[in-house]
Ligand binder design. Structure first.
Ligand code: HEC
Ligand code: HEC
Length: 365
């Protein structure tokens, strides 16, 4: 209850006061508005994503405090091993013990870092976490050209679900690779005008793959462990089956995942079927990993999800499109004409045609 009230007051003071006055929401714990999930817009900023990374960082600062200054050398190395022995040369795609689940990359020298949230005045933001990723890319053979190493940032607010994504596709002025194949370098921080050269706002919907929640877990990325507590991966694992999630300034991104009430796989987390397809394409079999304590024991639940994904929730009784709770929005089942259905994903595997939704209409804000 305290949690609900704090969120209401923090993020929708007017709506909350209105609700308290009218419905006594504090006594019942009911949320203020009865807005259908596909029409509710979360967040205090209603604007669209600006075109420059610095302006976007300023917009995100309201929800997430200050974006960190990334030092690739200060992050935790993702060790690459072959038969348990650490290697420092690229053994080739899928040739290591735990490959990246994007094309099976085994290139050594990528690193991950977690930062505690803070405001511009230095005060801590316990509700916020940032993660940076310096990816030393080894996929050139596949794409047929020298793919730049990428540096990426994700900021997340545990209470509201507010999330910001930043991409640094060309960071060569600030990065280099050392004799152990490690990607190193310090990138400009958000106060530095060069932040705009180093970073861009997302050019694609990152939620296409960062779909269940902001953080994509898999054996490779989980191999970076927190130095102060190696039981934990550097990448935060969010609690509960339905954590809040929305992307600041991206009201038109497709936030849907599929849901079947009572499905065992969804008892711990949402599942991005698009992400799962990316993983299974790189030989990650859910029944060998999930659920973590008893892999394979929910094979029937998994099969049920696959069938809904392939046939579409529209054609599958008991299976629905849902969106996460976000800010003051409850989330939940969305209608067939969800306004932000993406043109390029969330269309299942067996059907290339339009599935649902009216396309790209911008929400009223
Ligand atoms: C095609 C799918 C895909 C898209 C689109 C995508 N990512 Fe990722 N991303 C992944 C996968 C998979 C991982 C996990 C590491 C791996 O196995 O390669 C990942 C990992 C990351 C990480 C490390 C932390 C984590 O969550 O694992 C960051 C940071 C990141 N991506 C940022 C971005 C940003 C920013 C965008 C949008 C501009 C984006 N990604 C779009 C698939 C994608
Ligand atoms: C008991 C809780 C639990 C159950 C049940 C469970 N998982 Fe997970 N799952 C986790 C945890 C914890 C993680 C993240 C950490 C990790 O990768 O180990 C995770 C991660 C994942 C991921 C990584 C994708 C991402 O967005 O990070 C996928 C895919 C996944 N699970 C699929 C499944 C499927 C399919 C089932 C049913 C067969 C299932 N899970 C059942 C706990 C669970």
């Amino acid at each position: 209850m305290a949690e609900v009230r704090r969120r209401l007051i923090h993020h929708g003071a007017l709506a909350a006061l209105f609700a308290l006055a009218l419905f006594g929401a504090s006594a019942t714990g009911e949320r203020a508005a009865q807005v259908p999930p596909d029409e509710c817009t979360p967040g205090t900023t209603c604007g669209d994503m600006p075109s420059s990374a610095r302006e976007y960082a300023a917009m995100c600062a309201l929800e997430l405090g200050v974006a960190p200054t990334v030092d690739c050398g200060a992050g935790v190395l993702l060790p690459i091993t072959v038969d348990g022995v650490e290697v420092f040369e690229d053994p080739g795609l899928h040739e290591c013990d735990k490959a990246s689940l994007q094309i099976g990359d085994c290139m050594p020298g990528s690193s991950l870092q977690r930062y505690a949230g803070r405001n511009a005045d230095g005060t801590p933001r316990d509700d916020v976490v940032w993660v940076s990723f310096c990816r030393h890319d080894g996929r050139d053979d596949v794409v047929g050209f020298d793919m730049p190493d990428s540096v990426q940032l994700i900021g997340y607010n545990y209470d509201t679900g507010a999330t910001c994504f930043f991409e640094s596709g060309d960071n060569r002025p600030w990065t280099h690779v050392d004799e152990n194949n490690r990607l190193l370098g310090v990138l400009p921080g958000p106060d530095d005008p060069a932040f705009d050269q180093a970073y861009t706002v997302p050019g694609v919907q990152c939620v296409r793959c960062h779909q269940a929640d902001p953080f994509n877990h898999n054996p490779w990325i989980n191999s970076a462990r927190l130095p102060e507590d190696p039981r934990q991966p550097v990448l935060p694992v969010l609690r509960g089956p339905d954590p809040p999630y929305y992307v600041v300034g991206a009201q038109d991104w497709d936030m849907r995942t599929i849901h079947i009430e009572g499905n065992g796989c969804l008892g711990c987390h949402r599942i991005g079927m698009e992400t799962l397809a990316e993983y299974t394409g790189d030989h990650w079999d859910p029944n060998e990993h999930m659920p973590p304590h008893a892999p394979g024991s929910f094979a029937a639940d998994y099969q049920e999800l696959v069938e809904c994904w392939e046939n579409g929730p529209e054609n599958t009784p008991g299976c629905d499109w849902v969106i996460p709770p976000a800010g003051d929005c409850d989330g939940g089942v969305v209608s067939a004409d969800y306004p932000h259905a993406a043109a390029r994903f969330n269309r299942g595997t067996g059907d290339e045609g339009p599935r649902s939704g009216a396309g790209w209409r911008r929400p009223g804000c």
